[in-house]
Ligand binder design. Structure first.
Ligand SMILES: [Zn+2]
Length: 188
């Protein structure tokens, strides 16, 4: 299984690069947020309490069966997404403008070019952190959208690659920032 090890090495390198970019762009703070990618009969995910930048060793979580105690707190959401959608990689971030705009709305419709292209309709869902309810709501929303905002909490983006999930995370924050700027101008 040499090729599997090589695939992991490439994905781990990409995960570390993306973890760093998420921090640099202000899409995460402190040790919040997490990422994972599908592999074999499960997925590799950030460990509980660790940072995305610098990113340490990821831990394997099976799609079915016992979950290691040091897997990220949100493993339940990642597992539901992998079980119910064809996505291969997931990023959970806490972008401030996306969180701010999520109060009082059920979806966000970007008006900027990038947002309309990458995430034309962004569902807003609810659910307590680490709960089955959150896992079900996020997985259902990601069946036909690349990114979802959890109200007052953050984003879950999913794609065929970590880079795709990162681009969606960045695009949703960019779109929400523009929408809030527009709101400020219109309220003058
Ligand atoms: Zn979170």
């Amino acid at each position: 299984m040499v090729w599997k090890k090589e695939v992991r090495r490439v994905r781990d390198r990409q995960a570390a690069w993306i973890g760093s970019r998420l921090y640099q762009e202000g899409l995460i703070t402190a040790n919040f947020g997490n990422l994972s990618y599908r592999h074999g009969e499960g997925f590799y995910i950030k460990r509980k309490g660790e940072y995305l930048d610098p990113l340490g060793d990821l831990v394997f979580v099976p799609l079915d069966g016992e979950v290691p105690a040091d897997a990220s707190w949100e493993w339940i959401v990642h597992r539901a997404i992998y079980c119910e959608t064809p996505h291969q990689a997931i990023i959970h971030a806490h972008p401030v403008h996306a969180i701010a705009i999520s109060f009082g709305v059920d979806e966000v419709l970007p008006q900027d070019c990038e947002g309309e292209l990458v995430c034309p309709r962004i569902p807003v869902v609810t659910g307590a952190s680490g709960s089955t309810e959150l896992a079900q709501n996020v997985a259902a929303a990601l069946a036909d959208a690349p990114v979802v905002i959890v109200r007052g909490h953050g984003t879950f983006a999913a794609a065929s690659t970590l880079e795709g999930a990162y681009v969606a995370t960045s695009a949703v924050e960019h779109a929400c920032r523009i929408l809030l700027l527009l709101k400020g101008i219109q309220n003058r």
